[in-house]
Design a protein around this ligand. Structure first.
Ligand SMILES: [Zn+2]
Ligand SMILES: [Zn+2]
Ligand SMILES: [Zn+2]
Length: 95
């Protein structure tokens, strides 16, 4: 499996949510988009990254179901300049 570059957890059903809620784009920090569960059933898992579909949960980085907070397109594929994140760059872990 692939590891998430934010939280270093496996992107599968062993984790319920990504642990970090900020992303740096074009040298500005943005709040990541929470999962939208309109088309999903609460309690199911994301088919792409394995997180639990529930309020206040985040997809793992790279999941095609996460939107970019700047351009609203799929964050893994949009053209925004995203900084390669090191753990030290991540400032606001979820409690
Ligand atoms: Zn993650
Ligand atoms: Zn996902
Ligand atoms: Zn974008």
């Amino acid at each position: 499996m692939t590891k998430c570059s934010y939280c270093n957890q496996e992107m599968d059903e062993t984790t319920d949510s990504c642990k970090f809620n900020q992303i740096k784009i074009n040298d500005k920090w943005y709040s990541r988009k929470l999962i939208s569960y309109g088309g999903e059933t609460l309690g199911n898992r994301c088919k792409e990254c394995g997180i639990l579909i529930a309020p206040q949960h985040y997809h793992h980085y790279g999941c095609v179901n996460e939107e970019c907070p700047q351009c609203w397109r799929i964050i893994a594929k949009c053209d925004c300049k995203k900084q390669a994140l090191k753990m030290d760059d991540i400032i606001k872990p979820i409690e």
